[in-house]
Design a protein around this ligand. Structure first.
Ligand code: ZN
Length: 430
């Protein structure tokens, strides 16, 4: 969709792509998209009505259509302030912009319905206006992220404290405790105590925090107890059935509250989201796996939401992937070698996942989308496997014990150590 040379009249450069976009939009009927209720993720359902309003081209047509159609937003999504992208003006080349869209962020060229580019700029349909992003023709300039995060190259590494100067937030996935049933993270097998993901991620976090601090990092836990970060509860979402209200509470409101905490007050250099995976099997089977999720692989229907389109561009322009991908590769290498877990594979041509490297997948989850710095979303182990159940029964303990036929650390300490070692290995100066 590139158009024009430098001397082409402004009307052709700007109006023509807009006209084409308008035609594309008007002729396009959005398919109903029911976001899959993945066990591991917070992929949100988008049941917004199809957007049929033509792209406004002038202030006159904009004011005529303003307010006629509700903005397309994700669940509990906020209307974006597109001027926040101003800090990214002339910081990225067109080539890199398109490369990140095509290889990391967008599935099936879904971005093309909303973004048109030429050599000098990208025109982004915000839903009720057009945002113009100018490219740089020179080398990439360091963008001003929403808050500045330190990269590996910014750190002065010391031998014994190689994470000195790095602020890491650990986000123990889910809530656990009394909330484990509501959030459907409460597996029961026989009369053994329930396997609660949110309780286990918190326990793992406390071990991980100690290890990262030993390495010199400043570490902040996004939650310290098995209580929600949000002050909202299911009863606050009136006018809907109980299940829907519960989902809005734990899947949207809770993650959004954590995002506010991270983006507005913690402002770390890196977030480690801790989770445990599970299979779809209704009965425990042998065999576990592991993968890491990075923000990416936006489905066309997700990009059609104003807030998701904006948040995707925030990540793309801030360049979080440049830090996330090499870090994830190092973590995957160390984590796999220490735990022996094989790589999890999504099925080929999965509509919501893109393979970025062995063990590493792009997926658009609410947490890795909203947290405005590099985010590593861990999905190791398989909670409903016979192997894991044996380790859960063994509990948390110091040193090694014979569990499931092998001398092992407790699963929580093994998880924490393998992750801390992976992070430390990445930040080691060559
Ligand atoms: Zn989880």
């Amino acid at each position: 969709m590139s158009s024009g040379k430098g001397k082409t009249p402004f009307r052709i450069v700007v109006i023509l792509p807009l006209l084409l976009l308008t035609i594309a939009l008007a002729s396009y009927f959005w398919p109903n998209f029911h976001g899959k209720d993945h066990f591991s993720g917070q992929s949100e359902a988008n049941l917004e009505p199809p957007l049929l309003t033509p792209l406004p081209q002038t202030p006159e047509t904009m004011s005529k259509t303003a307010g006629l159609f509700p903005p397309a937003l994700s669940s509990l999504g906020r209307l974006p302030d597109w001027s926040q992208l101003d800090r990214f003006q002339q910081t990225i080349t067109r080539e890199e912009f398109l490369h990140r869209l095509d290889t990391i962020y967008s599935k099936n060229e879904g971005w093309k319905r909303w973004i048109a580019t030429n050599d000098k700029l990208a025109l982004i349909n915000t839903g009720n206006a057009v945002y113009t992003l100018k490219f740089t023709s020179g080398p990439l300039r360091s963008p001003g992220a929403i808050f500045p995060f330190k990269k590996k190259s910014d750190l002065i590494s010391f031998k014994s404290h190689r994470l000195t100067g790095l602020h890491i937030a650990i986000d123990p996935g889910h809530i656990g405790g009394d909330f484990a049933k509501i959030e459907e993270r409460n597996l029961r097998y026989g009369d053994h105590e329930p396997i609660q993901e949110g309780t286990m991620t918190l326990l793992t976090s406390t071990h991980l925090k100690a290890l990262l601090e030993e390495l010199g990092a400043q570490v902040t836990l996004v939650r310290k107890t098995t209580t929600p970060v949000t002050s909202l509860r299911p009863r606050d979402f009136t006018g809907r059935d109980q299940k829907s209200a519960e989902k809005l509470f734990y899947r949207s409101a809770e993650i959004r509250a954590r995002a506010d905490l991270i983006n507005q007050s913690i402002q770390p250099d890196l977030v480690l989201c801790l989770h445990f995976n599970a299979s779809a099997s209704p009965v425990p089977l042998a065999g576990q796996n592991f993968h890491i999720i990075l923000n990416g692989a936006y489905h066309p229907a997700e990009i059609s939401n104003q807030d998701e389109r904006f948040e995707m561009l925030q990540h793309l322009l801030a360049g979080t992937i440049s830090e996330e991908l090499p870090l994830a590769k190092k973590i995957a290498e160390i984590f796999a070698s220490q735990t022996g877990l094989p790589a999890y594979e999504y099925r080929p041509n999965h509509p919501y996942a893109t393979k970025l490297a062995p063990y590493i997948w792009g997926r658009n989850l609410l947490a890795n989308r909203l947290y405005q710095c590099p985010v590593i979303f861990m999905e190791p182990y398989t909670m409903n496997s016979t192997d894991f159940i044996a380790r859960h029964k063994a509990g948390d303990y110091e040193g090694q014990r014979l569990v499931d036929g092998k001398m092992r650390l407790s699963v929580y300490r093994e998880y924490a150590k393998a992750l801390a070692d992976g992070v430390a290995a990445y930040y080691r100066k060559q």
